[in-house]
Design a protein around this ligand. Structure first.
Ligand SMILES: [Zn+2]
Ligand SMILES: [Zn+2]
Length: 392
């Protein structure tokens, strides 16, 4: 669940970096930017007693939400469970500085520094920290599931005379069994081929890097930062961030199933970045805050963006003001692009106005606040094939 998809600062539409990963009953938080606890409260999940937080690096737009969230857990009177924060080298120093904010916490707080190449073994899966290229101490994270046993072939078990009961359970668990007549049946005789687990990769901030391609190789989902568009490639180089095109090149080389772009500079609406990326790697999405991506087991299909999949049920209070207040839906680089967007919105029944941007060539495309969602959909529909999107 994407809780924050903006780079460097919050905007009216996007909060800064945070992703909640839900696997079974587990809730793992990746990065915790300013306002993350409030984003969770506003989501369908609420603010759970998170037990593990993984920081990609210690820039403010990825960690400022920590002190407030840790204090909220304390104010709730939490004693159990304890909470572990993982992060790159420098994490312990950071918590030294945070001490005056945090005071005494009633629960156990543990910090674990992870170097690239280190992994946390979890039985069914592991979480690997991998190297990224952001100019500071930083890691990306890959959640890699172990292969699952193959399907149990009832017909084969019947044919071999394996009686229903504990023997079949043992075979399913990978153990050989000896039948009453002395014959030994091995698991491979009744189990299909092992089924691959899932791999989900979160880069945090990074310039395009071979280590990311390696970590993401044949992954189901790659969440890659795309701070800039092609027009700002030089700034991406200077600041060690990626453009949408570069993220797409990484995804293509890594042969992932789906690329999700995030960490957008506030000057972009997201739609233009996803268009640039899709020219290289068509299976790209640009989630908004509260969108989710479902990652099924490979035999059940490809990962899918679910728009507002993590949003709390909408309130329907009538707000007459919202129908007339104008709000920015996109920024166009020049008049031609602006008028194209205006035309597109007019075709969708939305009256858009153009407004010059201070000190720049671009134009803001403004729409009535009450039609913002419809306008965003119309703009994104320009390039989003339906098969990548499912409604919740
Ligand atoms: Zn950042
Ligand atoms: Zn950063």
């Amino acid at each position: 669940m994407f809780l924050g998809t903006s780079a460097s600062m919050p905007t009216a539409r996007r909060a800064p970096a945070a992703i909640l990963l839900r696997r079974g009953g587990e809730r793992l938080l990746f990065d915790c930017a300013e306002g993350t606890q409030r984003q969770l409260q506003r989501s369908a999940v609420g603010l759970p007693e998170i037990e593990e937080i993984f920081l990609t690096h210690l820039h403010a737009d990825h960690v400022l939400g920590l002190p407030g969230m840790l204090k909220t857990f304390a104010l709730r009177g939490r004693e159990e469970p304890g909470l572990t924060v993982y992060g790159p080298r420098g994490l312990r120093d950071l918590f030294g500085h945070l001490k005056p904010f945090l005071g005494r916490l009633p629960y156990r707080l543990t910090t674990v520094e992870l170097a690239p190449g280190e992994a946390l073994e979890r039985g069914e899966y592991r979480i690997e920290a991998f190297a990224v290229d952001h100019g500071v101490s930083a890691v990306g994270y890959a959640l890699v599931e172990e292969d699952r046993p193959g399907r149990f072939d009832v017909g084969a078990a019947d044919a071999l005379g394996v009686p229903p009961g504990p023997e079949r359970g043992m075979l399913q668990a990978g153990e050989a069994v000896t039948l009453a007549d002395g014959r030994v049946v091995t698991p491979d005789a009744v189990l299909g081929p092992a089924r691959p687990g899932r791999k989900l990769v979160i880069t945090g901030d990074t310039a395009p890097a071979p280590s990311v391609i390696q970590a993401a190789y044949r992954g189901d989902l790659l969440v890659h930062e795309a701070t800039f568009g092609d027009d700002d490639k030089e700034r991406a180089r200077e600041t060690l961030h990626a453009t949408a095109t570069e993220a797409a090149q990484v995804a293509k080389l890594a042969e992932v199933k789906l690329l999700a772009l995030t960490h957008f500079s506030p000057r972009y609406s997201g739609g233009e970045l996803v268009r640039e990326a899709r020219a290289i790697f068509p299976e790209t999405v640009a989630p908004r805050d509260f969108d989710t991506i479902e990652v099924p087991f490979p035999e059940r299909g490809a990962p899918q963006l679910v728009k507002r999949g993590g949003a709390a049920p909408e309130r329907t209070a009538y707000d007459p003001g919202a129908m007339s207040r104008m709000i920015q839906v996109a920024t166009a680089g020049d008049v031609t692009e602006a008028e194209e967007l205006q035309e597109l919105l007019r075709n969708a029944g939305i009256d858009a106005e153009l407004q010059p941007v201070d000190n720049e060539d671009g134009l803001n495309v403004m729409v009535p606040e009450g039609e913002l969602e419809a306008a965003q959909d119309a703009i994104e529909a320009l390039s989003e094939p339906d098969d990548l999107i499912a409604e919740p």
